[in-house]
Design a protein around this ligand. Structure first.
Ligand code: FAD
Ligand code: NAP
Length: 732
């Protein structure tokens, strides 16, 4: 191992400060602690409620609760809303001051990292392959809790139903069974509704809740997938049981088309299920992988799904899932506004392997960290498609731009590569009048905290295009080392598996020596490239490769700051005011229409309820977005912006037209990295320390690394490192 050099083990810089700073820090941490306690209490009470309600005690409590609140302004719908959705909305509201107080605390958090190494629930892989992929201990607990909840709810509802059976009069044994089946159908529906309460939470990309728990959208989508499968399974059981009951009773057709006013509208339920089922089928891995567009566009049917769901179950039941749906609506609305802006691509670089690097203009006040990613739309290629890409730059590379590195793997990325090549060929001058790429951008999303800075030892494992985020991490660390900013990593081992050697030139997008001259005195960087599909060097180490780049014409368009992960005050105000607006709109609806006119049709009340959610997002959320947008326009794009843009393009033309492997890079041919050997040797030389392992690459690569980490951690000796598994997934 070339990683054990003579480098001090202390953090590069510990924050200093006097008495007032310490006092304000203490006050802040006290306030944060109180908020955290309040949010945890609410969350645990919420979860407990889900477990208690199906039991006999819970059933009694629920009907008492309904009776007690039925005469109030919000009525039964309000009491259900309070029980099921208010806790999560309140947590979202409390998260606003919590995140505000956490702002700027990252550096302190880095410096205050706990010293003694140990396993953590979030980073210890329990399952390493199979249908769930790599599952951490924390995720395993989550899965177990959901499974336990479903079994628990079905069991208790069945017990309660069984006890209710005599109340249906003298039934024959067959009628009893049919009645039980009908009640079971209802139970499955109720349980699916609980899953629905969680289903939308992980896919609100810039959601305050994801920021709060520091789980990026890219990672959270897997929870949505798991929950989606469970919800659809339960809905299928719900529909199937009803169908069998109707079949036995010989009333299939009339039951299917029934549209009751006082009770669930069956036909709306059937339509809702059909749309849900279509979405479900297209999410299956073979369809999703091969026909991503089909999956994606079919998934937009969720709008119709929600509408017919509301028509089917009415306002009281919609209230159970309203919290998650409302937070999703908020996110979707903000995304709509952000994505309307035309953004300049400042520069484009084409690499011999077909990858393209784009530098995109962003305003100074739009923050991101090196673990972020954006969604990109290029209208010249497709007006509908949005593709996610990790940032390959550090925020410290420049405040007015970010970069992405895009590998050509399919239709869209192939067209991008061709467009950039065409532009390069057609430009005789660097700043030709026609050289222009205009994009729309959404994001940045990603990790709230830069966790890569919190490990003294880092192992970065990339497969193919998975190198992108690691270029950002390397750059980030080197900038911090140069500027003496808090940053723990001292030993960085980058393992990169590529199929072909022509991909190696992508390393040229980071010039470590120019970011931090003599960086090797302060931080050990060891880069090991494994070329898996070539048995020998087709280009010898150090051989020069050509990389071409051009500056595109700037039209002055920069990314919009209207994003959930943007300014904490504005995004917080957006959440809080919209939630208040929703409650006000609902109260007005109840007070001015539903109550005075005694509107009781379930389906009608259901659709009005969803309408209220929509209207409050548009009016109240829209109001905040309007002022937020105006404040954005006040921030001048400025000369500085343009100068930096021009500098970036020029820098690339000057410095990356040729590339040479740097001395700390080794290349092996015809073999995959052997993680047993790599982690084993690190284990011997690094001693007892927390080692952050971040993997970005194919599922198989993630599994191999997770498997080895699990095995190393389980048979770890006192003086060995604790490996922490973190993944960065490119598969939505
Ligand atoms: C969070 C994240 C970060 C990523 N970062 C990078 C990066 O830095 N560099 C890079 O080269 N690639 C990155 N990718 C992968 C990149 O998004 C896909 O390679 C690209 O979208 C493929 O589009 P295509 O039409 O050319 O390929 P296709 O042949 O249409 O698709 C190939 C595969 O790409 C995936 N895919 C296709 N379209 C989309 C889409 N709109 N959204 C999500 N996945 C899609 C599907 O799994 C599909 O099977 C990232 C993906 C994610 C989810
Ligand atoms: N390619 C796409 O169409 C596409 C699109 C969207 C997202 N993604 C995702 O993006 C990431 C990178 O894709 P990519 O196409 O750029 O990668 P790639 O070219 O397929 O390269 C992956 C590299 O990782 C190696 N590898 C795979 N499994 C391994 C294991 N278990 N142990 C050691 N090495 C292993 C491969 O070796 P071998 O050559 O021996 O297999 C290969 O060299 C993946 O997460 C992928 O799922 C890919």
């Amino acid at each position: 191992m070339a990683v054990d050099r003579n480098v001090s083990d202390e953090p590069l810089l510990l924050p200093s400060g006097g008495q007032p700073r310490r006092a304000s820090k203490l006050a802040k941490s006290l306030a944060r602690g109180t908020l955290k306690l309040a949010m945890w209490t609410l969350f645990l009470a919420w979860i407990t409620m889900f477990f208690v309600i199906p039991t006999e005690v819970g059933t009694d409590f629920y009907s008492d609760w309904e009776d007690a609140t039925s005469g109030t302004l919000y009525g039964t719908q309000g009491s259900v809303l309070l029980l099921y959705s208010a806790p999560i909305l309140l947590i979202a509201v409390l998260a606003v001051p919590y995140l505000l107080l956490s702002g700027g605390q990252e550096d302190d958090a880095i410096a205050e990292q706990k010293k003694s190494p140990g396993l953590r629930l979030r980073t210890f892989p329990v399952l390493v392959d199979g249908v769930f992929g790599v599952v951490s201990a924390a995720e395993f607990i989550g899965i177990a809790m959901f499974v336990a909840f479903v079994l628990w709810a079905v069991y208790w509802y069945t017990v309660v139903n069984f006890e209710m059976l005599p109340s249906y009069g003298d039934l024959t044994p067959l009628e009893k069974r049919v009645q039980m089946l009908q009640m079971s159908a209802y139970i499955f529906g109720l349980t699916a509704l609980t899953c629905l309460a969680f289903l939308f939470l992980p896919v609100a990309r810039g959601s305050i809740l994801l920021r709060l728990v520091d789980i990026p959208f890219e990672h959270a989508t897997r929870y949505h997938v798991w929950l989606g499968n469970l919800t659809m399974f339960l809905l299928t059981m719900h529909g199937l049981c009803y169908f069998i009951v109707w079949f036995i009773r010989g009333i299939v057709l009339e039951s299917i088309i029934e549209w009751k006013s006082d009770g669930g509208a069956n036909f709306a339920g059937v339509i809702c299920y059909c749309f849900g089922f279509t979405m479900w089928v297209t999410t299956l891995p073979p369809v999703r992988k091969r026909f991503f567009e089909l999956f994606f566009y079919t998934h937009q049917l969720y709008i119709i799904f929600v509408i017919f769901f509301a028509l089917h179950v009415g306002d009281t039941y919609v209230s159970k899932a309203a919290g998650g749906i409302f937070l999703f609506m908020l996110d979707r609305f903000l995304r709509f506004w952000q994505s309307r802006r035309k953004v300049d691509v400042i520069s484009a670089t084409s690499f011999p392997c077909g990858s393209v690097s784009l530098v995109i203009s962003k305003p100074k006040n739009l923050q991101y960290n090196a673990l972020g990613f954006i969604f990109l739309q290029l209208r010249d290629i497709s007006r509908l498609q949005w593709h996610p890409f990790s940032v390959s730059s550090s925020p410290l590379d420049g405040s007015h731009h970010l970069s992405v590195l895009i590998k050509s793997v399919g239709e869209w990325t192939g067209k991008l590569r061709n467009s950039v090549s065409d532009l390069l060929v057609s430009q005789t001058q660097l700043y030709g009048p026609n050289a222009s790429i205009v994009a729309s951008v959404e994001g940045p999303y990603g990790h709230e905290s830069p966790y890569h800075l919190m490990y003294k030892k880092l192992i970065l494992v990339a497969g193919g295009s998975g190198i992108s985020p690691f270029l950002a991490i390397l750059s980030d660390v080197l900038h911090r080392v140069r500027d003496d900013k808090p940053c723990l990593p001292r030993d960085i081992l980058l393992i990169w598996a590529v199929k072909r050697s022509n991909e190696i030139s992508l390393l040229s997008t980071i010039d470590m020596d120019s970011i931090c001259p003599s960086f090797s005195d302060k931080v050990n960087v060891d880069i090991r490239v494994f070329v898996t599909r070539e048995s020998e060097a087709s280009l010898e180490e150090g051989k020069i490769e050509k990389v071409v780049s051009l500056n595109t014409r700037s039209r002055g368009g920069s990314m919009s700051v209207l994003v959930g992960t943007g300014n904490k005050i504005w995004s917080g105000a957006y959440v809080v005011i919209s939630i208040l607006g929703f409650l006000i709109t609902l109260a007005l609806l109840d007070a001015c229409y539903l109550n005075p006119y005694s509107i009781s049709k379930w389906w009608y009340r259901g659709i009005l309820f969803v309408g209220c959610m929509f209207v409050s997002v548009i009016i109240f959320g829209g109001g905040v977005v309007y002022f937020w947008h105006r404040s954005e326009n006040v921030t001048p794009a400025g000369e500085e912006d343009r100068e930096e843009s021009e500098r970036i393009g020029y820098m690339l033309d000057q410095e990356t037209t040729q590339y040479k492997l740097c001395e700390n890079t080794s290349v092996s041919y015809g073999q995959r990295p052997d993680f047993k050997e790599i982690l084993g040797s690190v284990s011997d030389s690094w001693g007892c320390v927390d080692v952050g392992v971040i993997v970005c690459g194919p599922q198989t690569l993630q599994s191999s690394v997770a498997k080895e980490i699990r095995s190393q951690d389980l048979r770890r000796k006192n003086n060995s490192p604790v490996f922490h598994f973190n993944s960065h997934s490119f598969d939505l």
